[in-house]
Write a protein that binds this ligand. Structure first.
Ligand SMILES: Nc1ncnc2c1ncn2[C@@H]1O[C@H](COP(=O)(O)OS(=O)(=O)O)[C@@H](OP(=O)(O)O)[C@H]1O
Ligand SMILES: Nc1ncnc2c1ncn2[C@@H]1O[C@H](COP(=O)(O)OP(=O)(O)O)[C@@H](O)[C@H]1O
Length: 202
């Protein structure tokens, strides 16, 4: 028997639609995926600033605010990465229910885990952004010095070296950061995001 068998939902008076109306925009989860150092946080950060300037209510979920708190019991084994992403999807679901545009920046290396996020959030509330930067470039950037450690054998399961990264096959947006400036990438993202959150007369 499931642990939640005897849970009955209360029908609350205020709905997500009410919150969207109050905010004058719909909610959305913008899911950035890519190797460490590919540019997920940088792009989420710059996009959030643009959205905030347009009076859109946003929040960024990333390793800094999730892996140090709620998910501090999780490491980087395949099972822990899957659980990390599942919990993040559930938090993002609450945040989108609350009316926010959520931007998330996680490696999320497994295709099946990203598909689960989409199922949890609902296809119409989800945009997958593949930050497509080669391993060579990420290693050159080595923002956190992790690739150097991985090459020395100090980290055994670094994504791209000792652990796989399954690239998206049908991402909504693909940003090739070696060919696209941050500003151009954000323009590309806004062109997809803004129509998705526009509140029509519904
Ligand atoms: N083994 C290994 N592989 C990949 N990344 C590692 C690893 N160990 C630590 N880090 C640092 O943790 C960040 C990735 O955490 P995520 O929660 O995004 O990973 S995952 O989605 O659960 O795979 C990642 O952050 P970003 O650089 O921002 O992507 C790394 O800084
Ligand atoms: N076009 C670009 N888009 C995003 N980041 C870029 C780009 N060109 C260079 N960078 C740099 O690459 C690094 C990406 O780091 P970060 O955003 O922390 O990656 P991630 O969150 O994927 O680990 C930053 O130092 C950023 O300035």
């Amino acid at each position: 028997m499931s642990l939640s068998t005897h849970i009955t939902k209360h029908r609350f008076k205020i709905s997500k639609k009410d919150r969207n109306r109050l905010n004058s925009h719909k909610s959305l989860l913008i899911w950035f995926t890519g190797l460490s150092g590919s540019g997920k946080s940088t792009l989420a950060d710059t996009l959030e600033k643009e959205l905030m300037d347009s009076e859109i209510r946003t929040y960024i979920l990333d390793g800094d605010n999730v892996r140090t708190g709620l998910n501090k019991d999780l490491g980087f084994s395949p099972e822990h990465r899957t659980e990390n992403i599942r919990r993040i999807a559930e938090i993002a679901k609450l945040m989108t229910d609350a009316g926010l545009v959520v931007l998330s920046a996680f490696v999320s290396p497994y295709r099946e885990d990203r598909a689960s996020v989409k199922r949890i959030i609902g296809e119409q509330n989800f945009i997958e952004v593949f930050v497509d930067t080669s391993l060579e470039e990420c290693e050159k950037r080595d923002v956190k010095g992790l690739y150097k450690k991985a090459r020395k054998g100090e980290i055994t399961n670094m994504t791209g070296i000792g652990a796989p990264y399954e690239a998206p096959e049908n991402a909504d947006v693909v940003i090739k950061t070696e060919e696209t400036s941050i500003d151009d990438a954000v323009r590309q993202l806004l062109a997809v995001v803004l129509p998705k959150i526009e509140l029509k007369n519904e």
